[in-house]
Ligand binder design. Structure first.
Ligand SMILES: [Zn+2]
Length: 231
């Protein structure tokens, strides 16, 4: 019986291959770490801001090299530093939802989790007039409840394929070595515009961006990077 079902499925797939492609709508709630179908493109992402010093500094570096990026912001920081949030928008970079107060997902009730996402989205909407469609969970923690919720709320879930470890204040030369040794088309690079106790991110960016540009990579936002992977 199982064999028969497999054969029927195979025949149906052969005859109607396109009918099994997901529509963009159905793909909400999908988790993206990279897009292997994305020749020459990479995405820088910065979590945990906006921050009054480092967001500005990072934006200045991006502008200097004419490259774009995505900022996964924490709602309470946007509330405290609205000018820096608006600075990100004006620069043409993308903004993503990183919850309102960066609490550990696993410890939250379903209701508290939803509030964390909605409150961050509403804060961005109130300050910038748009609702983000990309979400990154704090610490990259995922579970089925969160996936279901984000699918209902029409979010794409974005993790990363390269962790620069700037959150551990890794020296910039080491970040440079790690990233340039690993990078491929379609990679999503995790960095931070706020790290408690210091910052090695800005110095690392000044080393990384010119090298990656020289290798021919194009920097795009995560939404641009994952586009086409969910159609
Ligand atoms: Zn974070």
């Amino acid at each position: 019986m199982r064999k028969l079902i497999s054969w029927i499925l195979l025949v149906v797939l052969f005859i109607f291959p396109t009918s099994f492609h997901l529509s963009a709508e159905e793909a909400y709630g999908k988790v993206y770490c990279r897009n292997t179908n994305c020749e020459g493109k990479i995405a820088l992402t910065f979590d945990d801001g906006p921050h009054p010093r480092y967001t500005k500094e990072i934006l200045a570096i991006l502008e200097e090299y004419h490259v774009t990026a995505t900022f996964f912001i924490i709602g309470v920081n946007a509330q405290n530093y609205p000018d820096d949030l608006q600075r990100i928008i004006k620069s043409g970079c993308e903004i993503g939802n990183h919850t309102y107060s960066h609490l550990p997902i696993k410890k939250l009730s379903a209701e508290a989790l939803q509030n964390e996402i909605v409150q961050c989205e509403d804060t961005i909407y109130r300050l910038c007039g748009f609702r983000p469609r990309v979400f990154r969970p704090p610490e990259g923690m995922m579970n089925d409840a969160l996936k279901g919720l984000l699918s209902q709320m029409e979010y794409h879930i974005v993790l990363w394929s390269i962790d620069t470890m700037d959150w551990a204040l890794t020296p910039s030369s080491e970040i440079y070595r790690n990233v340039t040794g690993k990078i491929h088309s379609g990679d999503i690079i995790l960095m931070h515009d706020y790290v408690s106790g210091g910052n090695t991110t800005c110095k690392a960016l000044r080393l990384l961006i010119p090298e990656l540009l020289a290798r021919g990579y194009e920097f795009v936002t995560v939404s641009e990077l994952i586009q086409g992977d969910h159609e």
